[in-house]
Structures are given as structure tokens and as C-alpha cells.
Ligand binder design. Structure first.
Ligand SMILES: [Zn+2]
Length: 481
């Protein structure tokens, strides 16, 4: 075997943490319980000569909007291997120019003011937060990247206050590590899309499922962790069964029930990630023994919908989702599929867990309540936009002006329902949209690229032998009323 090949094999066979050592190292230090201050250091293993650029995300995957995370960075500094401080210049946008021609940037340091972030970002689910006995860090809200090094493997060292449990969705385990933890990320995207939890108030539990499932719950009021864990387990099982295979090794659901920071703060949205979902709700929405069956069913559906996103669009996506652009929200033409079809998939996945008749009735009632009745309440000007145009508009304000989000997912959900109905009828129940979506996920894994809208009917037909192009075209057009 040639020496180079042997070396390559050796490197590939190394455990991930060792393999990542030659790459980038991120060090996160949170030292005092309740402190608003997080310290971050990025170490470049092989500093190259010349200027570097540090970039903080403003757009985040599935965020459909922008958040000014760069605003909360303070004391950005850069150093050579000798420890010599190098020049730092704040630039337009979320960027810092570091070093100078001839200098070698070996280490970048900065601090993040978590209290300022939580105060100034009004959508609770988009912010990290620190409490006297709890810390939640959304990777992309606190971790920047060095331009040009986004694809490098990353080693992450996390240090917390004395005796605090430290948990990362990149390598979840219970009980959590104490005080410090080292994990590896395949690249910047994987790191940015992960979450870190710390503190004794983060209640962690492992739920055996198709793959190990973890629930991390933080609640500022009464909450029934066992009940929530049961719903998460059922939702995950159903969605995993629906897609037929699980393309990740573990999954974490992060739930927070928070006392609103102000009247202007809202806590209503979940966020999906590669190997996790994070949910922030106000504390009165927490599940307790008094929670009605109806509310439990709605919560289970909500969780299932976000879990479904780990297949669509996190691993099977239209243009704009990946490769991801961090500084400016991408204009995406297929939100109706990512959101509408993923919601329909979650509905159908839960229906599969019921007796046939009950499942069909559930599916029909959800199509009515989630899609048809939602659309009836939306203004005509949004319904009369071509769906691709509406999708691009929702790309930057999906939840901020939720009328755009609601109209785009409802039209997509009804398109999915109509396609599913035709597939079932034409094949006498042998095929359904589930088969088309499983095939689409396989197609994406094979092709490693975004699908284009016009490719979808062919892909669906290969899976089911059923033509759906006319349904697609009908729903892409402006609606008549
Ligand atoms: Zn969604």
C-alpha cells in the first residue's frame, strides 16, 4: 500500500476527536453561575500568513430571517503564535478584519454578552440565555467562523462553572459531563447548528427509541418532564417510522418554559437543527397533569413537525437551504415544501399510529384546521401571489410577519394532501406521499444537491408511478379566491 494511502487510511480510521485535532479548535468558557459573559477562543492549528476575517452569523439555517448576533460580541482580539496582539478592525456587516499582511493569526478571542442578546432579540427561540443555575447556547448565536475555514473539522472544548453538568447535542449523554466537555464537529455548519446546555436546572433524560433520544428540559414554572418525555418519544417513533430510516445517530429535544422577559418578547416558535430541535415556550404553556388531551395532541404534533424537519429540509432540500449563507437570509423558493409537506408528513406519521378509521379522521381534521381554515383567515393579496414569489418573501420574514409563513405552509400542505390522495387512489392504497418523500430523501443523499421545483414530479413519479405535475402547477399559481 503506498505510504500516502496508508496515512489516509490511518487518518480516516482515527476516532473523530483525534482526527479533528489538526484542524480548528473552539474553546468556550463560562465561568461564573448566572454571569452574562461567555468567552470564546478560536485556535487555528496551522496559521497562514496574511489577514483573516471573523464572521458572525446574522442568518441561521431555517431561521427565515436575520438576527444581529454580531452586535453582542465584545472585545474581539487576535494573536500571533508568539502571543503578540494583532490588529483588529470592525468592518461593515458582521465582520472583523484580523491581523495584517505578513502576520500569522493563530488565535482569536471574543466575549458574548448573553443578557444583551436575550434583551434585544425579541423572539425567545432565537436567543441564548444565562440563568443562575442554567445556560443554553445556540451555536450560531455565539460562535463565529473564520472565512474560508467553514469546511474544516472542529474540536470543541467547553468549560462551565464548578460542578455544573455540561451537555452538547453534538455528543449527548446522560448523566452529562461535569464542568467540562470535549466534542468534535464535522465542520462549522454542524457546530453552529448544535446547542450546549449547562447547569443543574437542565433536566436531562435519555429515551430509548430508533436511535438514542435525549430530552433536555428547563422550566421556570411547573412542568411534567415524564409526560413531555413520553410525547417526544411517541412523536420521534412515528416520524422515524414514516421516513423508514434515521440518517443520524442520536437526537436531542431541548425544551424551555420561560417567564417572558418583557411584553415584547414572544416564545412561540420551535427551531430545527441537524440532530436536535429546540423549543421555547412561555412557562404557562408547560405540560402538567392538568393539561387537556387536546393540548397534549397539539404539542405532540408540534414536536413531530419539528422532528420531521431533520429529514426535510435539513437533509433533503430545495435551493437556498444548503450550502448555507450566514450573513444574509437566502431567498428560498420551496418553503411551501419544507414547511407544508413537512407538516403534512408529521400529520400522516401520527395518523399511522392510530386505527385506520381514526387515523383518516385525524388527517382530515388536521388538514382542515392547519391548512384550510388558516388560509381562510389570510389576506387575499398573499393568496393571490404566485407561490414561489410568496416563498421568497417568507424567506426573510416567515415568523416576523407570520401571515407570510402561514399562507406559504398552508398552500404547501394542501398541495401535499392532494398529491397524497391521488397517489393512494391511483395505486389502490399501495403507494402514497410517504413513499415519494422517502424516495426524495434517498435521492438527496445520493445526489448531494438541492432539488429544483421542476424535478419534483419526476422524482415523485419514479417512487409511485403517479403523475402529480398538474397538482404542483395548480398550487404554484395564484389562488383564485
Ligand atoms: Zn416548520
Amino acid at each position: 500500500m503506498p505510504a500516502r494511502l496508508r496515512l489516509l487510511l490511518f487518518v480516516l480510521l482515527l476516532p473523530m476527536p483525534l482526527r479533528a485535532q489538526g484542524a480548528l479548535t473552539y474553546k468556550l468558557e463560562y465561568s461564573a453561575p448566572g454571569s452574562a459573559n461567555l468567552r470564546v477562543a478560536i485556535e487555528l492549528a496551522e496559521p497562514s500568513a496574511g489577514e483573516r476575517t471573523l464572521v458572525m452569523p446574522r442568518a441561521v439555517p431555517m431561521g427565515y430571517g436575520e438576527q444581529p448576533y454580531d452586535r453582542f460580541l465584545h472585545n474581539v482580539s487576535a494573536y500571533a503564535s508568539s502571543g503578540e496582539a494583532l490588529a483588529v478592525e470592525r468592518q461593515d456587516g458582521p465582520r472583523w478584519k484580523l491581523g495584517a499582511a505578513g502576520a500569522h493569526v493563530a488565535r482569536i478571542e471574543y466575549e458574548v454578552n448573553l443578557a444583551q442578546m436575550e434583551r434585544e432579540i425579541l423572539s425567545g427561540g432565537d436567543s441564548s440565555r444565562a440563568r443562575p443555575d442554567y445556560l443554553e447556547l445556540l451555536g450560531y448565536s455565539v460562535l463565529g467562523f473564520v472565512e474560508g475555514l467553514e469546511d474544516k473539522a472542529i474540536r470543541v472544548h467547553i468549560a462551565g462553572p464548578k460542578d455544573w453538568p455540561v451537555f452538547s447535542t453534538l455528543a449527548p449523554k446522560t448523566p452529562a459531563a461535569s464542568e467540562s466537555l470535549s466534542v468534535a464537529a464535522q465542520n462549522y455548519y454542524a457546530l453552529a447548528d448544535s446547542q450546549i446546555l449547562m447547569g443543574h436546572r437542565a433536566a436531562l433524560r435519555r429515551i430509548e427509541n430508533k436511535v438514542p433520544l435525549f430530552l433536555a428540559l428547563y422550566s421556570e414554572g411547573e412542568a411534567d418532564a415524564a409526560l413531555l418525555g413520553r410525547l417526544c418519544g411517541e412523536a420521534f417513533q412515528r416520524v422515524a417510522d414514516y421516513f423508514g430510516s434515521v440518517p443520524f445517530a442520536h437526537f436531542t429535544i431541548v425544551f424551555e418554559h420561560l417567564k417572558p422577559l418583557s411584553e415584547r418578547h414572544s416564545y412561540a416558535f420551535g427551531m430545527e437543527h441537524l440532530e436536535s430541535s429546540s423549543f421555547s415556550q412561555s412557562s404557562e404553556q408547560a405540560l402538567t397533569v392538568q393539561t387537556s388531551q387536546r393540548q397534549l395532541a397539539q404539542t405532540k404534533y408540534w414536536i413531530a413537525h419539528h422532528i420531521a424537519h431533520s429529514w426535510i429540509p435539513k437533509r433533503s432540500y430545495g435551493q437556498g437551504y444548503f450550502p448555507f449563507r450566514w450573513e444574509l437570509a437566502a431567498l428560498i423558493d420551496t418553503i411551501w415544501l419544507s414547511e407544508g409537506f413537512a407538516q403534512y408528513a408529521a400529520i400522516d406519521a401520527l395518523a399511522d399510529g392510530m386505527p385506520t378509521k381514526e387515523g383518516a379522521a385525524f388527517r382530515e381534521s388536521m388538514i382542515e384546521s392547519r391548512f384550510r381554515s388558516t388560509l381562510r383567515r389570510m389576506p387575499a393579496f398573499l393568496k393571490q401571489m404566485p407561490l414561489v414569489e410568496l416563498s421568497k418573501i417568507a424567506s426573510t420574514r416567515y415568523s416576523e410577519d407570520f401571515r407570510t409563513g402561514r399562507t406559504v405552509f398552508s398552500r404547501g400542505g394542501l398541495m401535499a394532501a392532494e398529491m397524497d390522495q391521488r397517489m393512494r387512489e391511483k395505486t389502490k392504497g399501495k403507494k402514497r406521499l410517504r413513499d415519494a418523500l422517502r424516495y426524495l430523501v434517498e435521492w438527496s443523499a445520493r445526489e448531494k444537491r438541492a432539488f429544483r421545483i421542476e424535478e419534483l414530479p419526476r422524482i415523485f413519479k419514479e417512487a409511485t408511478r403517479v403523475e402529480t405535475r398538474d397538482i404542483l402547477e395548480k398550487w404554484l399559481k395564484p389562488m383564485k379566491d
